[in-house]
Design a protein around this ligand. Sequence first.
Ligand code: NAD
Ligand code: SAH
Length: 420
Amino acid sequence: MTTTLQSIIRDAALAPEGKLKIDWVQAHMPVLNRIREEFERDQPFKGLRVAISLHLEAKTAYLAKVVKAGGAEVVITGSNPLSTQDDVCAALAEEGITVFAKYNPDAAEYKDLLVKTLETKPDLIIDDGGDLVTILHSERRDLLPQIRGGAEETTTGILRLKAMEKDGSLQFPMVAVNDAFCKYLFDNRYGTGQSVWDGINRTTNLVVAGKTVVVNGYGWCGKGVAMRAKGLGANVVVTEVDAIRAVEAYMDGFTVLSMADAAKVGEFYVTVTGNKDVIRGEHIANMKDGAILSNAGHFDVEVNLVELAEMSVSKRTVRRNIEEYLLKDGRKIYVIAEGRLVNLAAGDGHPAEIMDMTFALQAMSLRYVNENYKEMGKQVIKVPYHLDEQVARTKLESLGISIDTLSAEQKAYLESWAAH
Ligand code: NAD
Ligand code: SAH
């Protein structure tokens, strides 16, 4: 292993501002603080290099510091060209972490920074949406042998990993962090629920109450986005392709429509499906003048921006992170943050207390894979239940909440088939 490499960042002078941001979140991440103490004591990553690709803002920076505290040499890059914060990168680089990331690189540079991260020959990886895994399993297979395993952050990344596992392509174990209870129940639902509206509100500075919000997809993220839209006073419409989730949305009190119908009524749209072309030309053709489109799902594929551009006579930036498309018939359609994750590209992402649990799971999963990779096989691995429970217990403790325990009699009663 070599020593810390030269970082590639926008501006080292931004470090003091980034450091303040990291200090603020650290004070609100008690579960991760506890893990940092364990890591400092046990040094689980001593002598290893860890490559991280995550939304490079303050909470992620603190995770990187915790992994470093565990003895690792950390190399970090972004996981979305618009979610990297240059001041946070500068602060991390000052802390002896190698940073290959900038806000808004072009597509080639974004890719190059990911590749450079992998060229440092990490032993372990943390991925978000599968960027690192895809490069390792396609054009840079030469970098595969050193990798022991890693952990994946998000729903779509895990879908991709499962497809790779199924056809035998996956070359090392990856822990499915998203599928842990303390991840999707809180991060996808309450994290996305709050941070999407934070992103939309701070970007548009428009009222939500009384307006019609269309939420595309009623999965864990969609439930949170719809719930919080209701709390802001919107009329909420949900679209789905899954019959059970559509009934769930209906029973939760939302109007369920096909996208063809929802296209006619929405003032705000939020896609959260992980799918492509959820909003496309045929929908935009029927939208209200002034409709605002945003995505909180995967990359920039959920809103078909190519079709929108083809229907438009011009496009201009009308406010930071808002583009106005002038359609041939005179209507205007607005798109936030180029159709990339609105909560991260036009905001700071999920709050610290939410990422506290997610990143505690990431840190523990990385340790788990490092300690067990030889026996794991080239598979997608579940986060062990006891780690999930440990996060919940530490969270409760930090909140000063105690819960009850089963008596021996109650436990026996629950486990007995003959009990009445
Ligand atoms: P999920 O699988 O729980 O839900 C996705 C839902 O979308 C499903 O119910 C599915 O039936 C529905 N869907 C699929 N195609 C559709 C279509 N064409 N029209 C309407 N509905 C459709 O997944 P999730 O955990 O809610 O995650 C959704 C996406 O958000 C993923 O890409 C995930 O990686 C991403 N994500 C983003 C954030 C964030 O911070 N913005 C946080 C977590 C997850
Ligand atoms: N990289 C892809 C994949 C979606 S990322 C993309 O940019 O489209 C979605 C993940 O972002 C979620 O699983 C969530 O855990 C993570 N996330 C949300 N807020 C975050 C924050 N403040 N910092 C780091 N990651 C965050």
